[in-house]
Design a protein around this ligand. Structure first.
Ligand SMILES: [Zn+2]
Ligand SMILES: [Zn+2]
Length: 391
């Protein structure tokens, strides 16, 4: 019996794990029960399980044959601070916490692949199963790398999948090059000396500096970045002032930048600082920039993307594997793992059309359980392609 024929037998079980994790969501770096559940399952399957690698991460290894090649497969453990409004019978039991990105599904899919691979001799080498904490915002992937994941579990390639609403069910999307954007955030405090609104000549007006900045910084994307390199900058918050008759001494401006080229992170930091200082100077005040580097872009190396596309073709047929499409402006901290390992791929598993409020991070998001077997097959096929018997 081929390994993939065994998937049918564990679909119901894997959906059960998914719904258990869904009903008991935990926020980033606090996934204690989820991690314990995952670790117990992996031990039951006979894997070597490590829970001392990084925060609440669970890392498990499985070796077959004598091959020296190794790959890692990643899933996420964390949920979001969202109040669930799906009405499903396995809905979140924790008020204000919800698996709205499908990480419950990804964890169940990776557990399913671990169970099947543990009982098979269909590959030659080592598979490292990485269940990471805090993918959303907090950078659990960055911490995994800082805590030495790759030194302790060296691998040649790393792969991850994400359910993708809007991509038809039964389709898989993986492309060489950028697939997810980088995100950086910025905060600028414009300072002046506050004064009476009727006597503005007695002070400096940081509101004018902030207003100038909001318009002037639009040059960053339109005039300082190659038009063929996509990028977006949005100013999203302005705070300052309390009284109608007083010019405030301080105004805070916040915003975010998204792009696909790693070098743009340094460029945005330098350009935002330059423009902010110029605007402050023009109005007689000062500007203080805090530039926060978020997740780098997910850029699939050609080799990893090609292997994932072949594994995708094994899973859903070559005609249903998309390799040319527009990348997402969303971000993903798998970028740190991919950057650290140097090869591998990030893959979208089509989840079909969803209604308003039911997309990723929506409070009516429901993970499409029909793609659980597709995800399991994809991971198993990736392992068999990357670590072939006799290879
Ligand atoms: Zn998410
Ligand atoms: Zn996600």
């Amino acid at each position: 019996m081929r390994e993939n024929d065994k998937v049918e037998a564990i679909i119901a079980e894997a959906i059960g794990w998914r719904r258990h994790i869904h009903a008991n969501p935990e926020l980033g770096f606090a996934e204690h029960e989820t991690a314990a559940f995952v670790a117990a399952k992996l031990k039951e399957f006979g894997l070597a399980v490590h829970t001392d690698v990084s925060a609440t991460a669970v890392v498990a290894t499985l070796t077959k044959g004598s091959g020296s090649k190794a790959i890692a497969l990643r899933a996420e453990l964390d949920a979001l601070p969202i109040k669930e409004a799906t009405g499903v019978d396995y809905a979140s039991r924790k008020d204000g916490v919800m698996h709205a990105c499908g990480h419950d599904g990804h964890a169940a899919v990776l557990l399913g692949a671990a169970k099947l691979l543990a009982g098979s001799e269909s590959f030659n080498g080592t598979v490292v199963f990485v269940f990471q904490p805090a993918e959303e915002v907090l950078g659990g992937g960055r911490k995994l790398i800082e805590d030495g994941l790759i030194e302790r579990f060296p691998v040649d390639q790393v792969f991850a999948l994400h359910n993708w609403p809007g991509l038809p069910e039964g389709h898989i999307g993986v492309k060489p090059g950028p697939q997810m954007a980088a995100v950086d955030d910025f905060e600028i405090i414009f300072r002046g000396s506050g004064c009476h609104a009727a006597m503005p000549h007695l002070g400096d007006d940081p509101l004018l500096a902030a207003a100038s900045f909001v318009t002037a910084i639009q040059r960053l994307v339109s005039r300082s970045v190659d038009p063929l390199s996509p990028g977006v900058l949005s100013v999203t918050e302005i705070h300052g002032g309390r009284f109608n008759n007083f010019v405030p001494g301080e105004v805070k401006v916040e915003g975010t930048c998204r792009f696909y080229e790693r070098a743009l992170s340094d460029h945005c930091a330098a350009e935002i600082e330059r423009v902010a200082e110029a605007c402050a100077l023009m109005h007689g005040g000062r500007a203080e920039l805090t530039y926060k580097r978020g997740y780098p872009p997910v850029v699939n190396p050609a080799q990893g993307a090609a292997l994932a596309a072949l594994a995708g073709a094994d899973t859903v047929g070559a005609e249903r594997v998309l390799t040319e499409f527009q990348p997402s402006m969303g971000c993903e901290d798998f970028a740190f793992l991919l950057q650290g390992v140097g090869d591998g791929a990030y893959v979208w598993i089509g989840a079909g059309d969803v209604g308003p409020g039911a997309g990723l991070h929506g409070d009516r998001f429901v993970f499409n359980d029909a793609i659980v077997p597709i995800g399991i097959r994809f991971f198993v096929n990736t392992v068999q392609r990357a670590l072939p018997v006799g290879g």
